[in-house]
Ligand binder design. Structure first.
Ligand code: C2E
Ligand code: CA
Ligand code: CA
Length: 469
């Protein structure tokens, strides 16, 4: 676009040598606008003929610039489980529904002052409009919802809406759209709530997310991301049998930031891949150092984010690290949650099998929290299963005890090594030992610690073979 602007500018200057500077500028702006408007017509989506994002952003940007003192909002909508509509009713019916929804949005562009409608992608639509009172926006949501409810369709369609507003003067339309999306995501999965308005709490969260996105690249370069290891313990012997690598952010202002605060953001923008690889390298380097010093190696498992499901270079990368640091693959088990398998199940099974054939072990993380776990147990050979801490939380209930005891027995029969996560109390310890489960990871024994501290513990253990916690 910029190049085209530049060209237009040069053309005007060349073809109108006698115009004054002010006139030139005027003409230049006119031609830019003309070109953008022509572009707008070419930037409509094929199916619904609404503006696509590109021209929507342009048009709304111009609208807001023209009257910056007005209030603007983006209202966004997404159909819950649209995939199911296509699956149950067929693609043609799905398209018929999308065209109808597009008409509902287009209606506001045609009939409401200062309003543009956009087909974002698939089943996501939005509009940007000038407003006085938030109730106007709520009315738009309720009108669109009613129209969709009344549309003769064999499948009960459930839309979620988000209303993005900002107290700022002349807000960027992309920002309003982010706000709207965030509000919409907050109601997804809630049957009785159709829409949410972007509020102060969400604004603070969005700011935090933006901050993380801004800071993370520098953090990686400045060595602010550090490797922590939480020891895994055999409760019968008290000995450390391995560890799990967990990332920490030593933020210069905020101090120690735990992954819960930044990993979800990095999973959204894909940067988790870089962070994972950084941490993996540190793990291989540490194990390589132990090996070089002739010390005893213990397995340190690494977390493999679900985003690696798309990463075809995953195996290559791990093999490269294995060679570079000369560390046998079985000392770096890969912890994956089942969500890693949701998107491209077959591809992921193949990748895992490939890695297993290279000697890596596959550990299923957070067992007991998802819903397709049982299928995974049938389809993927798992070397280790980590039972989530939620699973052993309310042990005082008899029913919980029955479920845990039998689940452990079942998993043991499947031949996987079992690790229980989140052991915090003596009662949990005793109960688990009664289930023949010895290997755990939990605050009762050790919290995650800097790699140097972990190393000291290992060193002590090597020198005092009978050390027991
Ligand atoms: P996770 O993989 O399930 O890791 C275990 C989490 O449980 C860790 O939280 C650990 O500190 C915590 N934990 C262990 N024992 C106990 C206990 O007895 N009580 C309680 N309350 N918590 C316990 P952490 O370090 O905050 O990590 C949270 C999650 O962030 C991890 O869950 C993992 O999903 C993710 N994560 C951490 N580091 C990485 C990384 O380098 N890469 C990726 N992709 N994800 C990571
Ligand atoms: Ca894990
Ligand atoms: Ca876990």
């Amino acid at each position: 676009m910029l190049m085209a602007y530049q060209r237009a500018k040069e053309e005007i200057v060349e073809t109108s040598p006698q115009t004054t500077d002010a006139g030139k500028e005027e003409l230049y702006l006119y031609s830019l606008r003309k070109m953008a408007e022509d572009n707008v017509e070419n930037n409509r989506t094929e199916l619904t003929h609404l503006h696509n994002m590109k021209s929507f952003f342009y048009l709304c940007g111009e609208m807001i610039k023209a009257e910056p003192d007005q209030k603007y909002s983006v209202v966004i909508m997404d159909i819950v489980q649209f995939k199911a509509v296509n699956e149950f009713c067929g693609r043609d019916e799905g398209d018929r529904l999308l065209k109808f929804i597009a008409e509902c949005f287009q209606w506001y562009e045609d009939h409401r002052k200062d309003t543009y409608a956009c087909h974002v992608r698939a089943d996501i639509f939005c509009l940007c409009t000038q407003y006085e009172d938030v109730r106007e926006l709520e009315n738009i949501v309720s009108e669109i919802k009613t129209k969709i409810d009344e549309f003769p369709f064999t499948y009960k369609v459930q839309p979620s809406f988000g209303i993005g507003i900002s107290p700022e003067r002349e807000p960027a339309v992309s920002y309003l759209k982010d706000c709207a999306t965030m509000a919409m995501n907050s109601v997804k999965g809630k049957v009785y709530q159709t829409y949410a308005i972007f509020g102060e709490k969400m604004r603070r969260q969005l700011m935090r997310e933006r901050q993380v996105e801004n800071d993370i690249v520098g953090a990686l370069e400045n060595g602010e991301l550090v490797l922590y290891i939480q020891p895994k313990v055999n409760m019968s012997t008290g000995r450390i049998i391995g560890g799990e690598a967990l990332v920490r952010w030593l933020h210069p202002e905020k101090g120690l930031v735990s992954p819960g605060e930044f990993i979800p953001v990095l999973e959204k923008n894909g940067f988790i891949i870089n962070v994972d690889e950084y941490i993996w390298e540190k793990v291989f380097a540490y194990l390589g150092k132990l090996k070089e010093e002739g010390r005893e190696l213990v397995p340190i498992s690494i977390n493999v984010s679900r985003l690696h499901a798309y990463d075809t270079g995953l195996a290559e990368n791990l093999i490269r690290l294995r060679e570079k640091y000369d560390v046998p693959a079985q000392f770096v088990p890969l912890e994956l949650t089942e969500s890693a398998f949701l998107e491209d199940e077959k591809g992921m099974y193949q990748r895992m099998e490939n890695l297993r054939s290279q000697g890596f072990l596959v550990s299923m993380d957070d067992f007991g929290t998802g819903y397709s776990t049982m299928n995974m147990l049938k389809n993927q050979t798992l070397d280790e299963i980590k039972i989530d801490r939620e699973f052993i939380r309310d042990l005082e209930k008899d029913k919980s005890q029955i479920i845990i005891r039998n689940t452990i027995a079942m998993l043991q029969q499947l031949g996987a090594h079992i690790v229980i996560e989140g052991v915090e109390t003596e009662e949990q310890k005793e109960f688990l030992l009664g289930c023949n489960c010895t290997d755990v990871q939990g605050f009762l024994f050790y919290r995650p610690m800097p790699v140097e501290e972990f190393d000291k513990l290992l060193w002590q253990q090597e020198r005092e073979p009978d050390m027991a916690k």
